[in-house]
Design a protein around this ligand. Structure first.
Ligand code: ADP
Ligand code: MG
Length: 405
């Protein structure tokens, strides 16, 4: 049985013209004799009638006291509206289809409302519908606990629905349709000459996604990687094939130059605060105290450098006030710089290649941009800059590594 999973994001479903494109992608793959699962997100973005953010605002306007379980019940409506809209359009185009909610599609999750984890998938119902020659539209982002309560999977949850179904059904491919032509070398909203990348490895796209490139959710990539299902990220509004995500072995033959690529892309996370804590003589107990206190207060920390005399790390700006006051209560005198951005230079090819950090420092210092902190792993180099330098940093590094070519 040839199975293909297609996922359409919010902007891909938000207007009649967009939905025409969606139907044409569905029709094309049906002509290729695929059994199709079509995963949909809620239509549109913040401010539009049935978008998830709009539903959240609606709750906020009405006291904001809705318990987490009931909030998930409401949030699950956005996908039901877009799925039934698409079903109606397909039927009027002579394409037989049916809608399954996350629960009906077999998604069993834990009861962590708002950010539930998939525990198991039982896709038998989908297979039954294939036998009736129907396109199976599945509402993304949803699951159900063992006790039958509706849950949602968190931000980017529909991406996870798509790759999890791809894995459970052993699909040939998962196509993630969005409003850009695939994974680009940088966020096109900031770097105008960002270019689509034809192939990336699961690891590279996962790193990019964790470092802020929101084109696909990193959890979705991890699931695809574990199951070794190829993923394609592509535009709803064109026939271009977009970006293919596989293991590096999967594209070595396809395009020889690719493995020689040094840097694949640049991503960023903004609105973070750098905190520096002096631990005096460097007693590790004090450093332990710092990180334990953050963990106990559910403040996630990132970009951690521990030195002999203290620690430097970042928290999100919206956590910084709380983090600083906790440290002060413990007797520390923390210093902080708020409004920073973490810029990540990502590439499977940078491992062990000398001179990359020198290139980064040169590129930024030519622009008079101060590096507040840096770190590296074998696939990523991170630099922390002030927020006002972020745009210039991204553009400068993008051209230094010739990503626009
Ligand atoms: P969808 O609603 O289809 O899930 P998203 O907004 O989640 O769409 O993801 C697509 C957006 O991701 C693009 O419009 C783009 O602005 C943003 N983006 C950020 N970084 C990148 C990148 N490196 N490549 C492509 N898109 C990116
Ligand atoms: Mg998305």
């Amino acid at each position: 049985m040839r199975i293909l999973v297609q996922k359409f994001g919010g902007t891909s479903l938000s207007s009649p013209q967009a939905r025409e494109y969606v139907i044409s992608h569905i029709r094309r793959e049906l002509n290729e004799d695929y059994n199709l699962v079509v995963v949909v997100s809620a239509m549109g973005r913040r401010g539009e009638p049935y978008a998830t953010d709009t539903l959240l605002e609606w709750i906020a306007q009405n006291g904001d006291a809705l318990p987490a379980r009931e909030k998930d019940l409401l949030l699950s409506c956005g996908e039901i509206i877009s799925a039934t809209t698409l079903c109606s359009l397909l039927e009027s185009n002579g394409i037989a289809s049916t809608v399954l909610t996350g629960a009906q599609a077999g998604f069993e999750t834990n009861d962590h409302y708002g950010n539930a984890r998939i525990v198991d998938i039982h896709p038998a119902r989908i297979i039954e519908e294939f036998k009736k020659h129907k396109v199976v539209i599945v509402t993304g982002f949803q699951g159900q606990t063992i006790t039958g309560d509706i849950t949602t999977l968190g931000r980017g949850g529909s991406d996870t629905t798509a790759t999890a179904l791809g894995a459970a059904l052993q699909a040939e491919m998962v196509d993630i349709y969005t409003d850009v032509n695939g994974v680009l070398t940088a966020d096109p909203r900031i770097v105008e000459d960002a270019r689509p990348i034809s192939h990336v490895s699961y690891t590279e796209i996962c790193n990019m996604a964790y470092q802020g490139a929101k084109v696909i959710h990193p959890r979705a990539v991890e699931i695809a990687m574990q199951a070794q299902i190829p993923v394609r990220i592509r535009s709803t509004f064109s026939e271009d094939e977009g970006t293919l995500v596989t293991n590096p072995e999967g594209f070595r033959d396809v395009q020889s130059g690719v493995v020689d690529r040094l840097v694949t892309g640049i991503a960023y996370v903004s609105n973070v605060t750098q905190i520096t804590v002096d631990c005096g003589d460097g007693s590790s107990n004090l450093q332990l105290k710092v990180f334990k206190s953050m963990a106990e207060n559910s403040i996630s920390v990132d970009f951690i450098n521990v030195t002999t005399t203290g620690a430097v790390y970042t928290v999100f700006d919206h956590h910084s006030e709380r983090a600083l006051s906790i440290l002060q209560q413990l007797g520390f005198r923390p210093k902080s710089i708020s409004g920073c951005a973490k810029v990540s230079i990502i590439g499977g090819g940078i491992n062990g290649v000398p001179g990359i950090m020198a290139k980064i420092v040169e590129s930024l210092s030519e622009q008079h941009i101060q590096i507040l902190q840096s770190a590296d792993s074998n696939t990523t180099i991170w630099v922390l800059v002030k927020k006002e330098d972020m745009v210039q940093s991204l553009r400068s590094l993008h051209s230094t590594f010739e990503l626009n070519r």
